[in-house]
Design a binder for this molecule. Structure first.
Ligand SMILES: NC(=O)c1ccc[n+]([C@@H]2O[C@H](COP(=O)([O-])OP(=O)(O)OC[C@H]3O[C@@H](n4cnc5c(N)ncnc54)[C@H](OP(=O)(O)O)[C@@H]3O)[C@@H](O)[C@H]2O)c1
Length: 155
């Protein structure tokens, strides 16, 4: 499933016998959803991060981009890595599945280059502290058939 918030997950668990395998949610250093992540952990659900390097903070000329974040850049500099690699390493160490997207082969390769360094606990804590609690994308509760519905073309 995707973009379930705690209330959706609670309802699913209460009213059915289904425990989902994965919940794909907006998750990057600026929006971490820790309550939801705890619910996933309690129920054995994989937390999968969309916009894992904060792409959603860049679209439409975002004012505060994760890729420009001074803390992430400083940590990256210490490891000889990029801010994107530091964010992906953070996801790995936090136990998330992450699905970064790039149209550029060099960046796709760069985004795989996260298995030869490790963030220490201070660096993990510094990244955890970047959470703003503010979504980059739409609130899942605001998505209705009226405002996001699409007609399925007839064959
Ligand atoms: N379930 C949902 O509701 C939902 C919502 C949004 C997205 N998603 C999924 O999540 C995936 C990833 O999310 P996303 O595309 O929003 O964000 P993202 O993967 O965090 O960031 C993608 C952006 O970062 C750039 N980028 C990638 N690697 C980079 C690097 N190493 N250095 C600098 N810039 C880099 C990309 O540009 P270039 O392409 O120019 O490299 C692109 O602008 C998408 O493929 C999408 O399928 C799911």
């Amino acid at each position: 499933m995707s973009n379930f918030v705690p209330e959706h997950l609670e309802r699913l668990l209460d009213e059915t016998s289904v425990v989902p395998t994965v919940n794909q949610i907006e998750l990057h250093p600026y929006f971490q959803q820790s309550e939801l992540q705890s619910m996933h952990a309690e129920n054995g659900i994989v937390t999968q991060a969309w916009s894992p390097i904060g792409g959603i903070t860049s679209y439409g000329g975002g004012e505060r981009r994760t890729l420009d974040d001074p803390t992430l850049k400083e940590i990256a500099g210490r490891h000889g890595k990029s801010a994107a690699q530091v964010m992906l390493r953070w996801h790995l160490q936090e136990g998330h599945s992450a699905i970064p997207k790039s149209t550029k082969p060099a960046r796709i390769a760069e985004n795989f280059g996260i298995f030869d360094f490790e963030l220490d606990s201070e660096q993990i804590a510094a990244i955890d502290a970047l959470d703003t609690g503010v979504r980059g994308g739409p609130d899942p509760d605001s998505i209705t058939l009226e405002n996001y519905g699409m007609e399925i073309p007839k064959a």
